[in-house]
Design a protein around this ligand. Structure first.
Ligand code: SAH
Length: 339
C-alpha cells in the first residue's frame, strides 16, 4: 500500500499509470484528498471497480495525535510517527488569521546554543507524508484551515529541502489548501546552498534567515553553522535571493541579554544590511530549561529597535505566540524516540 500523503500530484499521476489507471484521475483524487480532506475514496465520481483498486493500493496515513496543548495564541500538537519518533507542530492564532508551523526533522543537528530543539540530536529527516500529515492532522483536529505555513519548527529545512519543496507543492495546490507561496515562509539558520536551490526552485517562498549576530566571532559562538557558512556568504546568498526574485528577506534576530543586544551590534547589523531589500524581525528570547541566556529587557529591545530604525533599517517585533505552553520559537522539544 502507498500512503497517499507521500505522493506529489505528479507522483500520483505516475503511480496511477503504473497500476493501469488513467493518470488524469489525479484531478479527481487530489482535490478530494486535499480540498475536502476526505480521508477515503468513498463517494468519488469513479467506477466502483476503480474505487476498489484505489482502496487496495492506497492508504491515508496521517500521524497519530498524542497530545494537544491549547492556549489563547497557539495550540501545540505532538505527533507520533510510524517508527515511534515524535514531532511537534503549532497552530498559531494571529489577529489576521491562522498559520501552521511545521517541523522538518526529528531532532536537529545545528546546535544553536540558545535553542532547545538544537539539543536533540537529529535522528532523521521527515518524509513528505510526515510533513503533510502535520498539516492534515492539525486541520482535521481543529477544523481550521490555515492561511499560511511557517516552515520553522524543529529541524533545519534546507537540510531536507527536496521533501520540503514537495510539501510546499501540496500546500500550494489550487484545489487543495491553495496557500500562495507568499504565505509560506522557510526559516533557515543560513545553509547557503539551500538558499540558492530554493531561489531556482518552482516555489520561491518567503525566506527568513536566523542571523542573531552581526559578526562571525559572536555568531560562531551562538550558531556553529557559522563555521561552515560565514555571514558574508549568507548575506551574499540572501541578497541574490531578494534581487533575483524581487522579494524582501526577513533577518531574524533573537534578543539575548548582554550577548547580542548592544547598540554597537545594531549599528553593525545595519551596516551589514546596507541597501539590501531586507528587514529585521526582533524575537523575544524564550528561555528553555537550564538556559544560560536571558531575554533582553524591554527597554533594551526598544533601544536596539530605535538604533536600527535610525540607520534606515526596517524592523518588526515578532509577537511571541504560545510561550505559555512551550510552543514558542526555540521551545519545541519533541523529537526523540517513543514518548
Ligand atoms: N532551523 C531553522 C528553523 C527553526 S527555529 C532556523 O534556524 O531558522 C525558528 C526560529 O526560532 C529561528 O530564528 C531560531 O533561531 C529561533 N529560536 C530558537 N530558539 C529560540 C528561543 N529560545 N527563543 C526565541 N527564538 C528562538
Amino acid at each position: 500500500m502507498t500512503d497517499i500523503y507521500s505522493l506529489t500530484y505528479d507522483g500520483l499521476r505516475e503511480k496511477l499509470g503504473s497500476i493501469g489507471e488513467k493518470p488524469s484521475r489525479a484531478d479527481i483524487i487530489f482535490p478530494a484528498v486535499y480540498g475536502e480532506l476526505a480521508g477515503s475514496f468513498d463517494g468519488l465520481p469513479l467506477k466502483e471497480e476503480t474505487l476498489d483498486t484505489l482502496r487496495s493500493e492506497f492508504s491515508f496515513g496521517a500521524p497519530e495525535r498524542l497530545q494537544t496543548l491549547t492556549s489563547e495564541t497557539a495550540d501545540k500538537y505532538l505527533w507520533r510517527l510510524s517508527d515511534g519518533c515524535t514531532v511537534e507542530s503549532v497552530l498559531m492564532k494571529h489577529e489576521f488569521g491562522y498559520n501552521i508551523c511545521v517541523s522538518t526533522q526529528v531532532g536537529c543537528n545545528m546546535g544553536c546554543a540558545f535553542c532547545v530543539s538544537g539539543r536533540l540530536k537529529r535522528r532523521r529527516d521527515l518524509i513528505l507524508s510526515e510533513l503533510v500529515g502535520q498539516v492534515v492532522g492539525t486541520v482535521l483536529h481543529s477544523g481550521i484551515k490555515p492561511g499560511g505555513i511557517s516552515i520553522m519548527g524543529i529541524g533545519e529545512p534546507m537540510e531536507n529541502l527536496d521533501n520540503v519543496l514537495d510539501f510546499i507543492g501540496i500546500m500550494a495546490y489550487p484545489k487543495g489548501f491553495d496557500i500562495g507561496i507568499r504565505h509560506i515562509t522557510i526559516s533557515t539558520c543560513g545553509v547557503v546552498p539551500g538558499i540558492y536551490k530554493l531561489a531556482q526552485s518552482e516555489y520561491p517562498v518567503n525566506l527568513a534567515i536566523s542571523l542573531h549576530a552581526p559578526d562571525d566571532e559572536l555568531r560562531g559562538r551562538l550558531m556553529p553553522v557559522t563555521r561552515r557558512y560565514p555571514i558574508s556568504e549568507v548575506m551574499y546568498a540572501a541578497r541574490d535571493y531578494s534581487e533575483r526574485l524581487n522579494r524582501r528577506i526577513t533577518l531574524e534576530y533573537v534578543m539575548l541579554d548582554g550577548v547580542n543586544d548592544s547598540d554597537e551590534c545594531a549599528v553593525k547589523l545595519a551596516e551589514l544590511i546596507g541597501d539590501m531589500n531586507a528587514y529585521v524581525n526582533l524575537i523575544r528570547y524564550n528561555p528553555g530549561e537550564n538556559s544560560e541566556f536571558a531575554c533582553s529587557p524591554h527597554e533594551r529591545i526598544m533601544g536596539f529597535y530605535d538604533t536600527l530604525k535610525k540607520h534606515g533599517v526596517g524592523v518588526t517585533m515578532r509577537r511571541s505566540l504560545g510561550d505559555t505552553i512551550n510552543a514558542a520559537c526555540g521551545q519545541l522539544s519533541a523529537g526523540s524516540s517513543d514518548t
